[in-house]
Design a protein around this ligand. Structure first.
Ligand SMILES: Cc1cc2nc3c(=O)[nH]c(=O)nc-3n(C[C@H](O)[C@H](O)[C@H](O)COP(=O)(O)O)c2cc1C
Length: 170
């Protein structure tokens, strides 16, 4: 079994593409297994001490549709003792009042179920008004913006993964 389970929802493919870059950066599918939320099951989460949860924000501050459908199932997963990192894609110009809200919604839920959040990220270099993903002045996870800042994605991923390798101890 790989060391990290990465669970991603993605409607138009941008978050899924970022997940694949993150997997490569960690060292490939021997280290990170990707599960798409179109067909993920609650017991896919079992056995992982390290999780990465990924969702874009859709429909003005809402979860991506597969995560929306799975949200109540999260209650059936034991997150105690698990380290959980988050990333999302969003559009800080088009949706400045709801930038990356989905990441914040999932973090709030999963941390209330016992997950320990790792991998927060500075808000420097972004321009938005409000986000549910900001806590104590930082994003709770990696915020990517393929709509406006795709040229920064690879560099952001490299830096975040380097930080996470320490947090996860992999
Ligand atoms: C109708 C619509 C609503 C959106 N709502 C938000 C939003 O509230 N907040 C945000 O940050 N991005 C929003 N976005 C931008 C998407 O999150 C962004 O394009 C994302 O990268 C799509 O990811 P996916 O290709 O993995 O589905 C919206 C995009 C569309 C087309």
């Amino acid at each position: 079994m790989s060391k990290i389970g990465l669970f991603v929802g993605s409607t138009t493919g941008k978050t899924e593409e970022a997940a694949e870059i993150i997997q490569k950066e960690f060292g490939g599918d021997g280290v990170v297994t990707i599960y798409n939320m179109t067909d993920a099951q609650t017991d896919d989460f079992d056995g992982y001490k390290n999780l990465i949860i990924a969702s874009p924000t859709w429909n003005i501050g809402e979860l991506q549709s597969d995560w929306e459908g799975f949200f109540d199932e999260l209650d059936n997963i034991d997150f105690k003792g698990k380290k959980v990192a988050y990333f999302g894609t969003g559009d800080q110009i088009g949706y400045a009042d709801n930038f990356q809200d989905a990441m914040g919604i999932l973090e709030e839920k999963i941390s209330s179920l016992g997950g320990t959040t790792v991998g927060n990220w500075s808000t420097d270099g972004y321009d938005f008004s409000e986000s549910k993903a900001v806590k104590n002045g930082k994003f709770i996870g990696l915020a990517l913006d393929e709509d406006n800042q795709s040229e920064l994605t690879e560099e952001r991923i490299k830096k975040w993964v380097a930080q996470l390798k320490t947090d996860f101890g992999v």
